[in-house]
Design a protein around this ligand. Structure first.
Ligand code: AMP
Ligand code: GLY
Length: 420
């Protein structure tokens, strides 16, 4: 079959890598792709957020199946446009994608489903919001309602930080996404990510992971899109996973179906775990980036069968073939990230690295210049390895990192510390 993947980051490189290994895949196209993806798939120039353009491209190229990587095309209704045109697609409708695109929507669904999550209130007026924050006190969490590229959340440890956050959001720092705020109770505990596929009805777990959001070793410095991840996450024990399925994820999915907007695609539940109890921090309606990279290295070719079963409503008959393994990915970023950084700096040594089912460097923000590979973003490479133990995966990943010659790049040296 002919398969189109929408997106061009490390997540999409990992998806394309796994899909490509499955003999069901004849032709693989990624739009827009990147320099690493170009080595295994055709890259197409196409606006991934324009449903009509994506449908036309699929018709002209006889695309049988579309996998949508990032949240923006989902929130823009690209999955709806594809399904309306009769094209098989992996990813939720715009209505169901509100589980990520609106914090308030998710809170209302959780309340209706009685899913454990932080207490909350919503405001569209800055003074009312400030008055509420003053009565609640710190620590407290202030969130812009809409999509803000992961930047619209302020975990305020003091009252002043919370008030400044409200000024920032209502002052327009996040545009329309900040017209409304959700204010939440602060939850302490350990965070982990739980990934399930949902075909509208059946929920199939496909793995757990833990991300590292802060830029610096020891979880210091500003927040980023994620500096590294590993899978599985030991804090998400079988018992906690079962609890999250029963109390949080399945009730949410039942409520979505009851409202006439059943969920189809991958659901990424960010959980806060404390004293044996899991509470929902957030849902995302896509794979995590870089969490997808460790999940794909572990799942390999079967990932395509699972994505197809999900899109075709056959998850009830699908099984995950689990290996007793571990994977870890180290993000190499451009110096200065998540602040300002240079693009176009040369990266050497990649061609000498192993590329097999234990070792893979997925490209996030790269571009090719003849035979040279140049940086083309903040998060640039995802150096990923698998092993029988997490320590083995860690050792393999950092052995590759140390062979990459990129003076303008950096990475955290402690990915996996909580579990190691
Ligand atoms: P979100 O975009 O909602 O996932 O928030 C981003 C990050 O902020 C999460 O991954 C958590 O680390 C943190 N966070 C969000 N909500 C809360 C909360 N209610 N309590 C504590 N930390 C939170
Ligand atoms: N790594 C966090 C995310 O993809 O949202």
């Amino acid at each position: 079959m002919n398969i189109l993947v929408l997106g061009g980051g490390g997540r999409e490189h990992a998806l394309a890598w796994a899909i490509k290994q499955n003999p069901k895949c004849d032709r693989l196209i990624v739009a827009p792709g990147n320099a690493g993806i170009a080595a295994i798939a055709e890259c197409a120039r196409l606006n991934p957020e324009d449903g009509a353009e994506v449908v036309t491209f699929c018709e002209e190229n006889a695309v049988d199946f579309v996998v949508i990587g990032p949240e923006a095309p989902l929130a823009a209704g690209v999955a709806d446009a594809l399904r309306d045109a009769g094209i098989l697609c992996f990813g939720p409708s715009a209505a169901a994608a509100q589980l990520e695109s609106s914090k308030r929507f998710t809170k209302e669904i959780c309340d209706a489903a009685q899913a454990p999550t932080a207490g909350w209130a919503r405001f569209s007026d800055v003074e009312a919001a400030k008055a509420y924050v003053r009565t609640q006190g710190a620590p407290i969490v202030v969130k812009a309602d809409g999509l803000a590229a992961g930047k619209g959340v302020i975990v305020a440890m003091t009252l002043d930080e919370a008030l400044a956050g409200l000024d920032e959001i209502f002052g327009g720092a996040f545009g329309a996404a900040g017209a409304e705020v959700v204010i939440e109770e602060f939850m302490s505990g350990e965070e982990a990510s739980f990934f399930v596929l949902v075909d509208g009805e059946t929920v199939l777990p496909i793995g757990t992971a833990q991300d590292h959001k802060r830029v610096g070793d020891g979880d210091t410095g500003p927040n980023t899109g994620g500096m590294g991840a590993y899978s599985p996450a030991p804090v998400l024990t079988d018992a906690i996973a079962e609890q999250a399925l029963e109390r949080i994820i399945r009730p949410t999915m039942v409520e979505m179906a009851r409202r006439g907007t059943p969920y189809q695609g991958v659901l990424y539940a960010g959980l806060m775990i404390e004293n044996g109890v899991a509470r929902l921090v957030e849902y995302n309606v896509r794979f995590g980036d870089p969490e997808c990279q460790v999940l794909m290295l572990r799942l390999g070719a079967q990932a395509l069968d699972l994505l197809l079963a999900c899109a075709e409503g056959r998850l009830e008959e699908a099984r995950v073939n689990w290996a007793d393994d571990h994977a870890l990915t180290v993000v190499m970023a451009a110096k200065g990230y998540p602040g300002t950084y240079a693009k176009g700096t040369p990266i050497k040594g990649l061609e000498a690295l192993p590329e097999d089912s234990f070792n893979m460097v997925y490209h996030a923000g790269t571009k090719a210049d003849g035979a040279a590979i140049l940086s083309n973003g903040g998060r640039v490479l995802n150096v990923t390895a698998r092993g029988a133990t997490l320590a083995e995966a860690h050792q393999r990943a950092y052995a590759m990192v140390d062979r990459i010659d990129w003076p303008e790049g950096f990475c955290r040296r402690d990915i996996g510390w909580r579990a190691l």
